[in-house]
Ligand binder design. Structure first.
Ligand SMILES: [Zn+2]
Length: 409
């Protein structure tokens, strides 16, 4: 038996342990205090005890102060497994926190009671991000059981606060200067059911809200008012056309390959049919290719706003609800992309796709700090949904990928 066959056999043998571990994780809710939860302290304490019991390496604690959380902190754990002399360290970053269960009536089982059924584990956080947390931990355990030393130091980072902006989580660790530019960073927190997509780039995100003000009157006397609904409709169509016309750039790294500008939310204006609305509020969601500056996008929007105001007599207010300027993509030839691609070929026997998405994940924080990072996972598309589940076969395959990443030079 080769070392790698031995390693895979150890991963397979850990299947029941993985199911058990992920089930326990699901049963310790770790919802953000901002969403009415208790934070991640209890889950971190349980995980820390488990790691000690397994004797996998050194555990570091990097608590971020948080007055809203019980105990006044949010826990970040880093398990460091000593390795050989290969360049850089391998960091696998998963998050401890989960989103609230949402409407309980939509759940077929208790969201915080793990139910194992037909090859799946149901429960909140089973897929996002418990599956990958468990897979990374068990990969390190499999190496130990196979008597193998990682080729480089391995850092398993279990972080807080991913679902609410990461300031008490990965951003805290980055601010403390914990990571280095030659670290190989994998953020297994998003992917597809096949597991063949490596995300190396994200678009910029811009969420805008427009408030069009006219004059409200009875619908039988529109001549006395200024119909904000009509102005908003024409304005929205004008914006839509102009943005697509001015920013036609194509980058085949991304799916979709162009910038997107989508009219989305519209607030209720008047409750009855026979009133001309005096105010109309609507939003657009822009996902913009990194090569296009968001300032340029805003400039085009402002020209159309001013023009519409001049032509109609309405006033238009603009509020930026969210803005995230994309960092430079992780190069397709970065060591972390090469290493992950090789591991995927070996475990799944397919050629992975390398590309970009609409944004925005934890990996963006690394890229903004100048550290190349990739997002990869093999998971069902059920994060944040009722009846969230992890597929046990995916969990085991992910553990094999992580084990290979650790073992290979
Ligand atoms: Zn997640």
């Amino acid at each position: 038996m080769t070392d790698m066959e031995k390693l895979f056999a150890e991963v397979e043998a850990l299947r029941p342990f993985m199911v058990e571990t992920l089930s326990r994780l699901v049963e310790i809710p770790a919802v953000s205090p901002l969403d009415g939860g208790q934070g991640e302290a209890a889950k971190a304490a349980w995980l820390s005890d488990l790691i000690e019991e397994l004797d996998l390496g050194k555990i570091g604690r990097y608590d971020a102060p948080d007055d809203d959380a019980p105990g006044g902190f949010r826990p970040n754990l880093v398990l460091s497994v000593a390795g050989g002399r290969a360049v850089g360290r391998l960091a696998l970053v998963t998050h401890l926190d989960v989103v609230p269960e949402g409407n309980r009536a939509l759940w077929e089982t208790d969201p915080f009671k793990a139910v194992v059924r037909e090859g799946r584990i149901y429960g909140r956080g089973s897929c996002d991000n418990g599956q990958e947390l468990t897979a990374s931990l068990c990969a390190a355990l499999a190496l130990k059981k196979a008597g193998l030393t990682p080729s480089r130091e391995v850092l398993l980072c279990f972080v807080a606060d991913e679902e609410r902006g990461s300031t008490k989580g990965i951003r805290h660790l980055l601010k403390e200067g914990f990571f280095r530019s030659d670290d190989l960073v994998v953020v297994p927190d998003g992917g597809n059911e096949k597991g063949d997509f490596i995300e190396v780039a994200e678009k910029s995100v811009l969420w805008l809200q427009f408030r069009v003000k006219g004059r409200q009157v009875h619908a039988s006397r529109p001549d006395l008012g200024l119909n904000a609904c009509r102005v908003a409709n024409a304005f929205a169509v004008e914006l839509d056309g102009a943005l697509h016309r001015v920013f036609p750039d194509v980058d085949d790294l991304f799916i979709p390959s162009r910038s997107t500008f989508e009219p989305t939310k519209r607030l209720l204006n008047v409750a009855n049919v026979n009133t001309v609305p005096g105010e109309e509020v609507f939003c657009i969601d822009c996902r913009v290719l990194p090569a296009v500056s968001l300032d340029e996008v805003l400039k085009v929007i402002k020209v159309i706003m001013t023009e519409t105001e001049r032509k109609t007599g309405a006033t238009i207010g603009l509020e930026v609800l969210e803005r995230s300027d994309a960092a430079a993509p992780t190069p397709a030839e970065a060591p972390v992309v090469t290493a992950l691609s090789e591991a995927l070929r070996e475990v799944y026997r397919f050629e992975p796709l390398v590309g970009g998405i609409g944004g925005a994940t934890c990996a963006a924080c690394f890229r903004q700090a100048g550290i190349p990072a990739v997002v990869w996972a093999q998971e069902a598309e059920c994060a944040h949904m009722p009846n969230e589940y992890a597929v046990i076969d995916h969990l085991v395959s992910e553990a094999k990928v992580f084990a290979l990443l650790m073992a290979r030079p």
